[in-house]
Design a protein around this ligand. Structure first.
Ligand SMILES: [Zn+2]
Length: 89
């Protein structure tokens, strides 16, 4: 006895297809193999995405992301101060 993977109905005899929903068990083993492979690939992709998320989150905490705009503003203010100093002379 086993359960239909499509509808979950109990299958008492060794039938090739489910008498409740008509799901074929002949193709089931092959498709479940494919599903397992797809699951493996999806898990790998999920792991890669998690790594990318970790990388992006870790880079967002990098001090250079805060220092760069502050340095840009400081350089602009220094240039502005230099122009004022030249004009006043
Ligand atoms: Zn079924």
């Amino acid at each position: 006895m086993f359960y239909c993977q499509n509808c979950g109905a109990k299958i008492e005899s060794a039938e090739n297809f489910c008498s409740f929903c008509g799901f074929s068990f002949d193709n089931n083993t092959e498709s479940s193999d494919k599903d397992a492979r797809i699951d493996e690939l999806e898990q790998k992709i999920a792991r890669l995405e998690q790594r990318q998320v970790k990388k992006t989150t870790s880079s967002s905490f990098s001090p250079w992301m805060a220092i760069l705009p502050i340095g840009f503003v400081a350089a602009f203010l220094g240039f502005f101060a230099l122009i004022i100093w030249i004009v006043r002379q």
